[in-house]
Design a protein around this ligand. Sequence first.
Ligand SMILES: NC(=O)c1ccc[n+]([C@@H]2O[C@H](COP(=O)([O-])OP(=O)(O)OC[C@H]3O[C@@H](n4cnc5c(N)ncnc54)[C@H](O)[C@@H]3O)[C@@H](O)[C@H]2O)c1
Length: 387
Amino acid sequence: MEKTKIHRVAVVGCGALAQAAHLPNIQRNPRFELVLTCDREEKVAEMCRAQFGAQRAETDWRKVVTDPEVDLIVLATHVNLRGELIIPALKNGKPVYTEKPLSPDDREMREIVKTTRETGIPVCVGHNRRSSPAMLEFRRLLEKARSGVSPTRPSVDRDLNRKITIDHKEARTQILMRINDDDRSWKDWGFRDAQGTMFAEMVHFIDLALWFNEGSPVRLFAEGAPHGNFTLVLKFSDGSITTMQHTRIGNFDYPKELFEATTRYITVALDQHIEVRQVGMADEPVLQTFPYAEDCGWAKQEGMTGYFLSLIEERKQALSENRPLRFLNVKKGHYQHLDRFLDCLEGKCPNPCDAESAVPVNRLAMKFLESAASGLPINLGPEIMEV
Ligand SMILES: NC(=O)c1ccc[n+]([C@@H]2O[C@H](COP(=O)([O-])OP(=O)(O)OC[C@H]3O[C@@H](n4cnc5c(N)ncnc54)[C@H](O)[C@@H]3O)[C@@H](O)[C@H]2O)c1
């Protein structure tokens, strides 16, 4: 049996996300050894060291970059710290898993890409939805739908004796992404940050739009405000359109993310990373369900019906026990993305999300902000994709 390679890791920036995802994920992944927790707040670094079993705590990230006992770095600060750490880390031979957004600064992103190319040391960007188990299945189905399979006949078909082909419309991919958010759950920075969720959060979904679509982006339009309640429209060179609808005035306990793609008379959907549906491909399941996150063993039924039945049951129990509702957490790919990066470092698979791919994502997010501010659509040239 192949011996497990152990990756000695340091986590820089031990805030909310690191404590909720990266540190527990590292702790339960046998491929990691947590060497140190680093945060500029000494108390936070020390508290995380003790809670997640790190060997040391540190407040100065510069020491982490040159630490001979550290093989790779997980960077989970905000964009206040990106190239300044990533570039010397790469030059010291240390791969970096960095949280999104890579950076709002184009020059800084290009410097990071240049260094990763020169050193051959990879950077993985935390666009973790790409590694959600349900998302990988959604994308497999979408690719298969586009591959030319014959769609099943619909129950209502008025097209038996005529062939409608308008501008190859059936070959396009129309995608809707719906993000139901509740700003009462946000941390302070969600309100303060000038670029708002249109940048900090939507990079996840813009990344998916580029990952799902085959054409290059040619035009975009945003209606709404940077901190939420907006609709983003992105048009691609083959005529495909992806629409991203965000609300900050939804209820947190309603499922947050819904994705629906249609192409070649096939519909594929992903609901809240726990259910994938498709209609149109006879040899694929209509409905598949995926498990909740590990901390949700109490929710007994999978899938969307299971979600709501679990919520009803949880409400009753919480009321009778006079306690707050527990969160029905789902697998959005945080654990898997980091684990796939280890596979990449061991030469077993490509990088699940390299720095190059994040550059156009962030550029598009900045253009959406521009469009929202001006109220005008923006045409995009090939330079948006050039790195
Ligand atoms: N992938 C996801 O699903 C997801 C979800 C939430 C947040 N994020 C991203 O994660 C990042 C962090 O978000 P958060 O909510 O955890 O923020 P946070 O403010 O809770 O945590 C950031 C931490 O970094 C520390 N820090 C800042 N500058 C530092 C420095 N120079 N040296 C050492 N430590 C430093 C802060 O003290 C703080 O503890 C953001 O970029 C955010 O966009 C990603």
